[in-house]
Design a binder for this molecule. Sequence first.
Ligand code: ADP
Ligand code: MG
Length: 153
Amino acid sequence: MFEIQSDSVQKTIRLGRRLAENLQGGEILALTGELGAGKTVFVKGIAEGLGIRDVVTSPTFVIVKTYQGRLPLHHMDFYRLNNPQDLETIGFEDYTGGGSVLAIEWAEKFLSEIPRPYIHISFISEENDHRKICIESLDEPAWEIKFRNYDTV
Ligand SMILES: Nc1ncnc2c1ncn2[C@@H]1O[C@H](COP(=O)(O)OP(=O)(O)O)[C@@H](O)[C@H]1O
Ligand SMILES: [Mg+2]
């Protein structure tokens, strides 16, 4: 597990950008953490890193938004989903695999429904603009090596 302290919105965005450089398509990013912890800010950084020029906004109300960049990015939010059957309703499986990247906010709601391997990124709010961000990939040890380069963002 790799842990990094962010002390600004800009740093969280830079971390997202850096991680995006390492994406090849097919990755699932399970983002967890309270409201305001920085999940959407981080996905803005991922989008920037993938060369996406659209303004990325929270997908809470539409559940999923797709952006085109170096790789397609599906930005999903489980917040308004109530039970695992809702995943079928939204066609969750269609967004996994393939050559695209899937970033899921409020992933903790249905963590066990997310196919492995996935990269788990948790956000913890600390005082003021400080956030603790933990990145972990249980099933892909190769990823853990990449994370180590992120401490210079
Ligand atoms: N270090 C930081 N990283 C990310 N966001 C931060 C940071 N410090 C303050 N913020 C603020 O916290 C909020 C994070 O919002 P958002 O990314 O939408 O959270 P979430 O998607 O987790 O609910 C924004 O208002 C942002 O300006
Ligand atoms: Mg959000």
